[in-house]
Design a protein. Sequence first.
Length: 189
Amino acid sequence: MEQKQQHKPLTATQEKMRQKKMAVIKADLQSDDETIVLAALKLVKQHGDPTVIDYLCLVLNKFEDDAVQKEAKNILFSLNESENVPALIEAASKAENKDLSATLLAAIWESGLDAFHELDNIIQLSLKADYNELIEIMTIIDNIDFGAETEPIEQNIKVIQEHLTTNQNDDRSALLVSIVRILRERILE
């Protein structure tokens, strides 16, 4: 999912060809043959877009092979377009496997993607996240450039505080309080 070097939009014919190529890549990512999947992963690096993230999740869930795992994670950790952030957040929130969810969240900060516009969704995810996911969420928030905008920060502090008030026995409270602390520090910057 390399950064696109194009300076002009694709023509209708080029877009149709791109979509056909993506359909083949997605079909190959669903294969049971590791060789086919590895070849498809190499194509994802060149031609991928945010719609392929769910397929990468399938690959990570399906294959235990180190080469396949490494290649899929390398793709996630080298994303360079912030348009991937909503797809990563959505995939993390849908993931039944908490380790996969943590990997998807790590991909956001590992790739240096701007997650500012997804802060509300990140905070909602934090309310049901496990320990490892919360660590990744804290790192994402710590790396967001909020600029001068404090309203989204203040709103999300309230969301977490309300959760903590109604869930006083939540064993993740210390991490949620840490997220609030990070957000408060951002207001003061």
